[in-house]
Design a protein around this ligand. Structure first.
Ligand code: ADP
Length: 173
């Protein structure tokens, strides 16, 4: 198993990493789930900075400071809403990981934590989302040597089990 990828159960707002990724919505003005938790923990300055960004397209990513969070940066990405799988959802979710990771070098990010993007309110099937997440992260790590640690932060034991299964699976390929 790649020693640079790990799965944990926990609250992403409490991670001591250089950057945490937010599963945001197109407005970037906050919402429920992990987005709400990140805005609450970071404080109102995060919303102020997000207002300047004028939203974000699905699959893309924009970076802000982390304010009151332990993390220096928040990378806001917008996952696809699951609509049955034939609307390009897989590719859009893969793009979320690629766009987020594309910011790593420019901001000298050595440690990053991702939530299970799209698997909450956006309804993406968890096993499928997990497979896409680990595939994209592994692919990125093959060509990047500066990123030391990628943490997949799951909010429930069952999600954690499924992301860990996906991680073990990809290691055999
Ligand atoms: P989306 O709209 O992209 O589906 P959600 O926030 O609804 O985003 O859910 C994404 C995942 O984040 C879900 O698995 C949810 O359980 C999880 N989650 C919610 N709050 C937190 C948190 N504080 N830390 C980590 N994961 C969280």
């Amino acid at each position: 198993m790649s020693q640079r990828i790990s799965v944990i159960i926990g609250d992403i707002t409490q991670q001591n990493v250089d950057a945490i990724v937010n599963a945001a919505n197109n407005s970037l003005l906050g919402g429920g789930g992990v987005d709400g938790a990140i805005h609450r923990a970071a404080g109102s300055q995060l919303l102020e900075e997000c207002r300047q960004l004028k939203g974000c397209a699905t699959g893309e990513a924009k970076i802000t400071k982390g304010y009151n969070l332990p993390a220096k940066w928040v990378i806001h990405t917008v996952g696809p809403v699951w609509q049955g799988g034939r609307q390009g959802e897989d590719e859009l979710l893969a793009q979320c990981y690629r766009s987020s990771l594309a910011l790593v070098e420019q901001y000298q990010i050595q440690t990053i934590a991702f939530p299970a993007i799209s698997t909450g309110a956006y309804g993406f099937p968890v096993d499928r989302a997990a497979q896409i997440a680990v595939t994209e992260i592994q692919q990125f790590l093959k060509e990047n040597y500066t990123l030391e640690q990628v943490i997949l932060v799951c909010f429930s034991q069952s999600a954690g089990d499924r992301y860990l299964t996906a991680l073990k699976q990809i290691d055999k390929t």
